[in-house]
Design a protein around this ligand. Structure first.
Ligand code: HEC
Ligand code: HEC
Ligand code: HEC
Ligand code: HEC
Ligand code: HEC
Length: 218
């Protein structure tokens, strides 16, 4: 090999090594910064701690799909648009007179509304629009015993320790749209309302519902 290209190779190797060192230094700094920014957090190897923002197993891993997601979670912010695995539309269904409770069957009775699985969809789609490609795709999934894995839009992070119940709100005649926006205008659900603590507490104050910390936190 000519000397000039050997030199070039060596230069590139040492540049790579410097890059590696820099990456390690950045990682260490970020780790230290996280520790400083959340001093009250349980340590990653504390077996008595519940689920933490770093995941459920005692190995230090961000366990998030991307650094961006980990960062958003760390900052307790939630994205407005959430990608979904299937081209579902609220607008089409609500326009045809389908009710929220046809799909979110538990919303009036209990804490959770529930997100429909493919078998709930098939109650109608074993008969409705069976010739359409999307419906055929879905029918095939049902036959093969596969289900959608919908991504959550409004879930709180476990470390917020929020306890929410739908039923008392539906009984008190709070509209779905107060908390979720106008679903008629949405295909897949988007985070139309930022339900932070201020949002909950100000209505509870106005309606004289309980504002004890333990009403909403566990
Ligand atoms: C007072 C505010 C409020 C009202 C009113 C409300 N929701 Fe929700 N909804 C929430 C919150 C908060 C969550 C997230 C709860 C969580 O993940 O801990 C949620 C979650 C959901 C979910 C996700 C699945 C689940 O079970 O958590 C669905 C679906 C849903 N709501 C549908 C509805 C429908 C349909 C209505 C009307 C019948 C409705 N919501 C009324 C606040 C509300
Ligand atoms: C209560 C009955 C009912 C349920 C339950 C239901 N659908 Fe539908 N769906 C309909 C009706 C009605 C239409 C409109 C059909 C038309 O355009 O004539 C429709 C249309 C659709 C379309 C549009 C088809 C196209 O290409 O134009 C898709 C996709 C779809 N539904 C998916 C779903 C999925 C996924 C679920 C379950 C999460 C579901 N549906 C649950 C009644 C239902
Ligand atoms: C035909 C079935 C169907 C009907 C009717 C329906 N939904 Fe949904 N809903 C779904 C499916 C499927 C999802 C999961 C995909 C998504 O996030 O859009 C969902 C998701 C949601 C979410 C996001 C939950 C979360 O936190 O991930 C909310 C909020 C919601 N629906 C509210 C409503 C409201 C309010 C109505 C009535 C005005 C309604 N839905 C009617 C099927 C339905
Ligand atoms: C638009 C008004 C409104 C908003 C917004 C609202 N609530 Fe409520 N909530 C009420 C009312 C009214 C009641 C009381 C119903 C009753 O007395 O039975 C209630 C009751 C509750 C209860 C049951 C309390 C009990 O004693 O059983 C919980 C838990 C709760 N809310 C949590 C939340 C959380 C968490 C949020 C924010 C995500 C929220 N609420 C947002 C009006 C609201
Ligand atoms: C009416 C419901 C409600 C009441 C009452 C309430 N909170 Fe909250 N709180 C929430 C919700 C919802 C969030 C989550 C906000 C988010 O993640 O966007 C929250 C978040 C928090 C957080 C931030 C946690 C995080 O995500 O890092 C703290 C701390 C907190 N609450 C403390 C309290 C204390 C202390 C009280 C009593 C004085 C109280 N809360 C009463 C609903 C409530």
């Amino acid at each position: 090999m000519p000397v000039s290209s050997q030199t070039a190779l060596r230069a590139r190797r040492s540049a790579l090594r410097a890059g590696g060192l820099l990456a390690a230094a950045v990682l260490l700094t970020v780790t230290a910064a996280c520790e400083l920014a959340s001093p009250g957090q349980p340590k990653w190897n504390d077996a008595s701690a519940g689920r933490s923002r770093w995941g459920t197993d005692p190995v230090f891993t961000p366990a998030r799909a991307s650094f961006g997601q980990a960062l958003r979670e760390f900052m307790s912010s939630h994205p407005t648009e959430v990608a979904q695995p299937f081209d579902f539309s609220h607008q089409i269904h609500l326009g045809k007179g389908v009710l929220c409770t046809d799909c979110h069957t538990a919303v009036e009775q209990g804490p959770r509304a529930g997100i429909p699985g493919v078998n709930t969809c098939m109650i109608c789609h074993s008969q409705i629009a069976t010739e359409r490609p999307l419906i055929q795709q879905m029918t095939k999934m049902a036959e093969e015993g596969r289900d959608f894995s919908w991504n959550r839009v409004y879930a709180y992070y476990p470390e917020s320790h929020v306890r929410f119940e739908h039923a008392p709100h539906i009984r008190a005649q709070v509209e779905c749209s107060t908390c979720h926006g106008n679903q008629q205008e949405q295909t897949v659900a988007r985070r139309a309302v930022n339900m932070d603590m201020g949002f909950c507490v100000s209505c509870h104050k106005e309606k004289q519902a309980s504002n004890d910390c333990l009403t909403c936190h566990y």
